[in-house]
Write a protein that binds this ligand. Structure first.
Ligand code: FPP
Length: 256
């Protein structure tokens, strides 16, 4: 990969970027190719996003690869997506590990084939002690599912007498969610022109800056990502405070 400049000062750089990768099907259709060709091309953009985020010092990148609703797609497309996921894990895990990337998958993986579940577990275990970029793939994931799972865990603790309902706070609850060890996303990007969150990280996106682009995912490259980060870095995040308070008390990434 060509050398990349670091155009962002540290306090203007998002610590955590979350992306809905949309537009693979349209990208393929525009080229008179089957939809699945768009997914294959989309893997290239995944690689670019990971490399770019790693090179500029972003701490976490979370990518929505397959929603709980995507099972509704034609069987052949679902099976190509599963195959791509498996092949990409097989091909890229070692390289990610060498680059100090920590890889995790969130979502209900029990619905996946045993082989895919094993590959996911092996990749997570191999990279678990890495201290570089945190890459999380959301697969068979839905924000409401995640919150419901957390509620189930909390309810069980209460039922077992391990948790006093009055001791419940937003922080305690958040500790039961996925990615509790990471800061919430600072920047959310959705490619492909739609302006929806689509059940992605519902809790974690509460204060996230939202960025929507018409660029189709396979065309989303380093320059497009840099553009999104530049847009983010020019925004003032207020977290409920007034603009004047923010100017004197805070930097762009939150309370000092
Ligand atoms: C949305 O485009 C994209 C997906 C549902 C799949 C995303 C998957 C990849 C980028 C490749 C595999 C990923 C990994 C991590 C190996 P769409 O099909 O909804 O596009 P459309 O809106 O144009 O139809």
């Amino acid at each position: 990969m060509e050398a990349l400049v670091k155009p962002f000062s540290r306090e203007r750089l998002p610590r955590h970027i979350a992306i809905i990768m949309d537009g693979n099907g349209r990208w393929a259709k525009n080229r008179f190719l089957p939809r699945t060709a768009g997914h294959h091309a989309g893997v290239g953009s995944v690689r670019k996003a990971i490399e770019y985020c790693g090179s500029i010092g972003v701490e976490a990148l979370t990518l929505f690869a397959f929603s709980s609703e995507n099972w509704r797609r034609p069987q052949q497309e679902v099976s190509v997506l599963m195959g791509l996921f498996l092949a990409t894990l097989e091909r890229e895990t070692e390289k990610l590990h060498k680059n100090n990337v920590r890889l995790r998958v969130i979502g209900d993986r029990m619905a996946f084939a045993a082989e895919l579940q094993e590959k996911i577990a092996a990749a997570e275990s191999l990279t678990s002690v890495n201290t570089g970029l945190n890459v999380t793939i959301a697969a068979n994931y839905g924000g409401r599912w995640e919150i419901t799972e957390a509620v189930r865990r909390v309810a069980r603790q209460v039922a077992d007498g391990h948790l006093d309902p009055d001791a419940m706070t937003t922080e305690v609850f958040a500790s039961h969610l996925n990615l509790a060890d990471l800061p919430d996303p600072d920047l959310f990007i959705r490619t492909g022109g739609e302006k929806r969150i689509s059940n992605f990280l519902l809790w974690q996106l509460a204060y996230t800056e939202l960025y929507f682009t018409d660029t189709l995912w396979p065309d989303f490259n380093e320059a497009k990502l840099e553009e999104a980060i530049k847009d983010y870095s020019g925004r003032q995040r207020r977290f409920g405070y007034t603009g004047e308070q923010v100017e004197t008390l805070f930097v762009n990434t939150g309370p000092l």
